[in-house]
Design a protein around this ligand. Sequence first.
Ligand code: SAM
Length: 313
Amino acid sequence: MSEAALPTHVSVMLDEVLDAMNLQPGMVVVDGTLGLAGHSVAMAKQIAPGGLLIGIDWDQAMLARAEARLKTETDGVEISLHHADYRALPDCVREACARFGRRLLVDAILLDLGLNNAQIEDALRGISFRQNGPLDMRMDVSKGVPLSEILKTISARELEQILWDLGDERWARQIAKVIVERRKTHPIETTDDLVDCIQAAVPAAKRDKRLHVATRSFQALRIYINGELDELQQAIESAARCLNPGGTLVTLAYHSGEDRAAKHAFKALSQGEGFTNVFKKPLRPSEEEVARNPKSRSAVMRVLRRNDSGEEQ
Ligand SMILES: C[S@@+](CC[C@H](N)C(=O)[O-])C[C@H]1O[C@@H](n2cnc3c(N)ncnc32)[C@H](O)[C@@H]1O
């Protein structure tokens, strides 16, 4: 498929992110969740000439598209791309800074958490209940197994716990029961198979009219299979320690679990002398942005700055 025909992603709170970072030519920035490089292209323009952009994504398909875009839309910056989990951000920074002969600390870091529209709209990824496709859901297909494999053996009890904890799904027990019953005769291999199980478990009259009946379960299973919340707070804290004095870390979260991790990390770090939580109340997208890009509506932005002294208590 040509690039123009592929699904795109609209970067969220772009102006607010750039304002918070106050980037200058020559700076070193890290985009820990590169996606389709929307934020990265804008950041790269501000650190040119002479800057270094370090981009990380655990999805090879996103990295390939981001690389092509960065090549054509940026100039005068060095670029280091890494197929990695942002939990390994300090390693990526060390590697990139050594390769380009830079100091080991960076001026700004962005973590735009979660997934992007191009991943959701790709039926072959099995992330969306709106299109039928193989039930995979992995962001990094070089690791682990597809969700369809897990659903063959997982216990009803564990499944219920995942749906409840990660999706706030109040029909978790019933959905888990239907999945475990149905797999005895029919393997659950596609997104439609999973939607059928959920529809069979949740009585039509009791469904929340504002949400598709499968929304919560799909979200929970995606977060589970990708370990999206695992050690997230520690990862954010380690990322912040890669900042230069005066440097800025911005998080954008779209799920309460992700934002909780960012909030706790910022609180832990700013209790010492080393960091300041810039906005006590997180920023939200403007009404104008939500009208233009409804997918931005759940975004919560937090900003942490490393103090000029750079010291921690
Ligand atoms: C919301 S999108 C980023 C969109 C990007 N800011 C843009 O403007 O195009 C999040 C990206 O982060 C990646 N991602 C999510 N969790 C990750 C993790 N733990 N490690 C590395 N990449 C991750 C996803 O694959 C996805 O491409």
